[in-house]
Write a protein that binds this ligand. Structure first.
Ligand SMILES: Nc1ncnc2c1ncn2[C@@H]1O[C@H](COP(=O)(O)OP(=O)(O)OP(=O)(O)O)[C@@H](O)[C@H]1O
Length: 271
């Protein structure tokens, strides 16, 4: 990756449903290498559609146009309206999605250890086979699993929701992809586990210099991790800029409402 290339850029992303209703409207977003973009918006704004388009996997029944550029050297440009199998393989090598529902990110039939070694085999073929099990355990330590041998031997349903989400983070990061797209990665968790998972994501992304797109509806949570924020409403980016500016002087009414709600909650907690 070079400094001139974006980590990730999407241009003119438009998604229409079968009745030609526009669900995402000419979305442009750019994240520099190692940058962190938060995408915030209310329910139904189009956040999940954006994530699926970035992953090159729009839902069936919608028509997608636009261009995705991944700033690897050489840069990879993908026409989102006609994704080829080679595009999909390239995307999977560079970008990984963390979903809000940990069960969706895990195979219920395989142990956690097996899922980690399979991911390492697929994405890090350079890693000798005999080292995969140790590397899997090392990733379980990195996501703060105290009893990592037990976790490695467990199936997903034998773990708590917070543990599963930490496993999902380990699985997403162990493959070495440089771009992480996290779709409300902690929504299903209580606030303590939320904070723990976000701190992990923060640290592990920093360690690897990874590019992060963090999608969510909670402005405070997203602003805590990201250097830029884009606000999405009914399929459009209504405002974007550095986090400090968005929070201190929001210009769009939706952003003002989100900031006011965040302040109200903080004041209520502070008493
Ligand atoms: N497969 C689909 N076919 C048709 N319309 C869809 C499809 N998926 C989503 N939509 C519509 O697109 C709009 C945006 O949906 P999306 O799921 O992206 O919202 P969201 O911002 O992720 O909401 P939430 O925060 O509640 O998950 C909604 O009006 C939704 O009904």
């Amino acid at each position: 990756m070079t400094a001139e290339l974006p980590g990730l850029a999407v241009h003119g992303l438009t998604v229409r449903d079968a009745r030609d209703r526009v669900l995402l409207d000419d979305v442009d977003l750019t994240v520099p290498p190692g940058g962190r973009l938060g995408v915030v918006g209310p329910s139904g704004a189009g956040k999940s559609l954006l994530v699926s388009a970035l992953a090159g996997a729009p839902p069936a029944g919608v028509a997608t146009t636009g261009r995705l550029t991944l700033g690897t050297a050489p840069p990879r440009t993908i026409e989102l309206g006609r994704i080829t199998p080679a595009d999909r393989a390239g995307l999977a090598a560079d970008l990984v999605v963390i979903h809000q529902d940990s069960l969706r990110g895990l195979n219920p039939c395989l142990t956690i250890g097996r899922q980690l070694t399979d991911t390492l085999r697929r994405h890090r073929p350079d890693l000798p086979r005999r080292r995969r099990a140790d590397e899997s355990l090392a990733w379980l330590s990195r996501v703060r699993m105290s009893d990592r041998e037990r976790v490695a031997a467990a199936h997903p349903h034998q773990l708590s929701g917070g543990m599963r989400q930490r496993v999902v983070i380990a699985l997403a990061l162990c493959g070495g992809q440089t771009i992480i797209v996290a779709d409300e990665p902690t929504t299903a968790l209580d606030t303590v586990h939320q904070a723990e998972c976000l701190a992990l994501l923060d640290r592990l992304c920093s360690d690897g210099g990874r590019t992060l797109v963090l999608v969510g509806h909670d402005l405070a949570l997203v602003a805590g991790l990201c250097d830029r924020i884009a606000v999405v409403d009914t399929g459009r980016i209504v405002e974007q800029g550095p986090t400090a500016g968005i929070v201190s002087s929001p210009s769009h009414q939706l952003t003002r409402d989100l900031v006011a709600e965040t302040r109200r909650l903080r004041n209520a907690i502070d008493g």
